[in-house]
Structures are given as C-alpha cells and as structure tokens.
Design a binder for this molecule. Structure first.
Ligand code: HEC
Ligand code: HEC
Length: 146
C-alpha cells in the first residue's frame, strides 16, 4: 500500500511550473549561478525544478551528467541557497520519491515537446537540455517564442 501511494504521488511531479507572469519564467538573476551554471549550458531558471531537485543536483556536482562541475564550498552553498529559495513550489514530491534532476524528463516537458518539435530542430539542438537552441528568448525567460 505504501509503495502504491508513493507511485501515485510521484506521478504528480509532472505538474507544470508556475509561471510568474503568463508565459514568462524568472531567468537566473544571481551572478554566481549565472556564471558557474551557465558555463556549459544556459543557466536554467530555478523555477523549473523543486527545491529538493536543486539540492540533489548541488549535492553531487562531481558526478554531474558525466561531467565534473565541482565548485569551492562557499560558491556551491551560495548557489544552492539561491536555487532552493527560487525553486518551483508547484511540485508535490513524496518524501519517498527520488527528486527529478532533469527538467527535460518532467512529464509537462515531455508533453509540451511531444508535437511541434521537428527533426531538423532536434538535429540542431542535439539535446533537449539545449533550450536556447530552439527558444531564442530562453535566457530572458521566454519559452513560447516559436
Ligand atoms: C562542466 C560543464 C557543466 C557545468 C559547469 C554545469 N553543468 Fe549542468 N549539465 C552538464 C551536462 C553535460 C548536462 C547534460 C546535458 C544533456 O543531457 O544533454 C547538464 C545538465 C543539467 C541539468 C538538466 C538539464 C535538462 O535536460 O533538464 C540541470 C538542471 C543542470 N545541468 C544544472 C546545473 C547547475 C545548477 C549547474 C551549476 C552548479 C550546472 N548545471 C553546471 C554540464 C555542466
Ligand atoms: C529541439 C527544440 C527544443 C528544445 C531543445 C527545447 N524546446 Fe521547449 N519547446 C519547443 C517547441 C517546438 C515547443 C512548442 C511550441 C511552443 O510553445 O513554443 C516548446 C515548448 C516549451 C514550453 C511551453 C511554452 C508555452 O508556454 O507554450 C516550455 C516551458 C519549454 N518549451 C521549455 C523548454 C526548456 C526549459 C528547455 C530546455 C531544458 C526546452 N524547452 C528545450 C522546442 C524545444
């Protein structure tokens, strides 16, 4: 029974992010996050993941999707605090479920990207993680521009 409840609650992780103003999501405004988390890909807006996801990501930077993204402890803690305090509050995560660490694997994301994404766009972007390849306004917080 407990396992079933966990599964049911984990499915709610698919809830769409709460957009602050219609189709706008607050871009990263914190200098260290912009710099350190924008070095390999765009600095993803904090509001796309719940707090526990950011803590999981920030707690394992040595094993970051096959890269070592380790930071000195002061910077790491400062970035985690920024991401956690600006995280999405629209998610309901079970205490038993593993927090998602990819925006592009969330249910709302898959739903939004199941049609309309041409194979030409996908070839150019290479990965769904490369938001700005398809969303020209991504760095400014706009994702409905195409
Ligand atoms: C050394 C390069 C590097 C740095 C620095 C880096 N990342 Fe990443 N990150 C990656 C790679 C590689 C991926 C996986 C991309 C893919 O799957 O195509 C990734 C993926 C992600 C994803 C999932 C994207 C998705 O598809 O939803 C998140 C979230 C993320 N990073 C957060 C961060 C945060 C927060 C920081 C700053 C502390 C950071 N990254 C710094 C290399 C980096
Ligand atoms: C290969 C191209 C591509 C990539 C990469 C991509 N998207 Fe999208 N995205 C689209 C298309 C096409 C749509 C549907 C048309 C639209 O609404 O803009 C869409 C829709 C969306 C929407 C819904 C917009 C709305 O209000 O209707 C959001 C939010 C979004 N994407 C976020 C992201 C994020 C965050 C990333 C990176 C983690 C990303 N996308 C990566 C192509 C892409």
């Amino acid at each position: 029974m407990k396992a079933l409840t966990t599964v049911a609650i984990a499915l709610l992780v698919g809830a769409a992010p709460v957009h602050a103003d219609g189709d706008w999501i607050r871009p990263v405004t914190h200098a260290a996050t912009q710099e350190e988390c924008g070095a390999c890909h765009m600095a993803y807006p904090a509001g796309f993941l719940p707090a526990r996801s950011w803590s999981a990501i920030m707690g394992d930077l040595e094993n970051h999707f096959g890269e070592n993204a380790q930071l000195d402890e002061a910077t790491r803690a400062e970035i985690e605090a920024y991401l956690v305090s600006n995280a999405s509050k629209g998610f309901r995560l079970s205490v038993f479920s593993t927090p998602p660490i990819k925006i592009s694997e969330l249910r709302w994301f898959k739903h939004e990207h199941s049609h309309e994404v041409s194979s030409a766009m996908m070839r150019k972007a290479k990965s769904f993680s490369n938001c700005a390849a398809c969303h020209r306004g991504a760095e400014q917080g706009y994702f409905d521009d195409d």
